[in-house]
Design a binder for this molecule. Sequence first.
Ligand code: GCB
Length: 639
Amino acid sequence: MMLRVLWLFAAFDAALLLDTGMLFPRESSSREVKALNGLWAFRADRSPNRNQGFERAWYKSSLAETGPVIDMPVPASYNDITQDATLRDFIGWVWYEREVTVPARWITDGLRVVLRVGSAHYYSVVWVNGVKVTEHEGGHLPFEAEIGTLLREDPTMPCRITIAVNNTLTLQTLPPGTIQYMNDRTRYPDGFFVQNINFDFFNYAGIHRPVLLYTTPKAYVDDITVVTDFLDNTGLVRYNVSVQGASSATVKVTLMDKGGHCVASSTEPSGVLKVVDVSLWWPYLMHESPGYLYSLEVRLMAADGSSTYEDVYALPVGIRTINVTSTQFLINNKPFYFHGVNKHEDADIRGKGLDWPLVVKDFNLIKWLGANSFRTSHYPYAEEILQMCDRHGIVVIDESPGVGIKDIRSFGNASLTHHLAVMDELVRRDKNHPSVVMWSVANEPAAEMNPAEYYFKTLITHTKALDPTRPVTYVTYSNYARDKGAPFVDVICINSYFSWYHDQGHLEVIPLQLNTQFEDWYGKYKKPIIQSEYGADAVAGLHNDPPVMFTEEYQKEVLQNYHSVFDQKRKKYVIGELIWNFADFMTTQGILRVVGNKKGIFTRQRQPKAAAFILKERYWRLANETGTLPLWTKYPCPL
Ligand code: GCB
């Protein structure tokens, strides 16, 4: 126990590498939030160098004054909103703009007014009333700018927000990509170019998550970090509050249970709260009340001359521990078996835009399926989704956008430096989510290449320094003997597609090949293994018996063949199975894809294929075997 508490303390110094926090904007008695979702004015810059918007300073006046605009919903990808194929496949800068009127008290009361973009893919530049306020690289993480000072310069002006977003990928971006100009004028018109990518999902672009304005007092709670543990019946919440805007401040923290009763409090900005008779955070199907959350209310009082400030922020806190042995993944010291899914943020029309009906439907399907976990393949998902996971007890492997790192030039210093910065941003955003139990730094990199050893050693060591409390992995598809990063991960995550990408039609080889895969990897590394992807495409409604590829029967049988081996190995060192994929999703066009990837067990419209029922039966049986389910959730599932 002593060791674990020391480890708890170590968690903080390293976690604060970025100089500001990125707390999720929440309303409180001292904070207001204004959502800027809805219709924005929009124009793609179709000039040959895609640079006219900058050359002619489109941000200096209303977008409608410098050219035609169309309505564009936010949040949403812009690609599937119109009937125009050239906008769907557009590469370069697109421009968004809207005006907003802020309450007068935001200006007169001297508040901080923060503009926050939940995510925009891939590179963004933001102006307010023609003045550049920030820029950000990376498509799946939030960024902010304080704009209160600017608004106060001319309080009579409405606030005009302009955001230019560019989806161009390079060998140094995450994910990487390349632009290829086609110079043969007998085959391609002048200026023709394509973007090449090494990942299997459509490169949706635009403003994908909510844009918000929120206020805080001048002195405010900038960040909170919590790390939890327990001893017998006593929960331990180690916390650290960082404050900005005041040279001296007093902080009061109060931990409240679900009923709003105070269970522990302190007047120190950091320390350990002890919770008697703790209610632990448990995964879905592992306990009768999964996802138990306390609320850590932080109240800051600061004085500056004659002014006093009070800021209040309430952070949901789940108390739980994570440990990994050579054969097990332990949550609260009990073995946890991942029976879950891989997902995408993907749907008809809105692409990767956050959409509440879709999010809630997906959670209902996950629970219907009896799944207890998912991986955020292949990038960080919206914070709103992680909050749902916290509340419902769905366990998350949180993945960086490091997908498609295949070119040796993407292992260089510039790429690594950016990847480290992305991990900083990811850990800063998601460190307090009890549902997040492991970081995945990449998916299927070319891990057999020589530079991969230094790259992954550095990346994984860095991530562990940021957060010593969670295991780190990356997802591999390479050969066990040549994988250069495997020595550094805590858990081996392997993808394989037996009888799909090879041995087509030969379902009978799956058990033998899968057995060999597990024995080879475990034999060499003696680390627990998750089958992080497996599956087969099935076009919904296509049938053939005996099974042939692309039918629902074939997909079902692929799964069943894998399951027979999982059942032998999960008693030993296999700690999880994640189907590829939860739902069909859009990809670039190609001869291997039939209007996207069809490996979903649900269609893109979230209707079940035959495989979904196979998986549902299995997952409820697995949940039942743990013996921790209350009677009302016993198999067959009641949902
Ligand atoms: C993989 C990738 C995933 C693909 C999948 C497939 O290994 O990780 O992004 O979509 O295979 O269906 O090929």
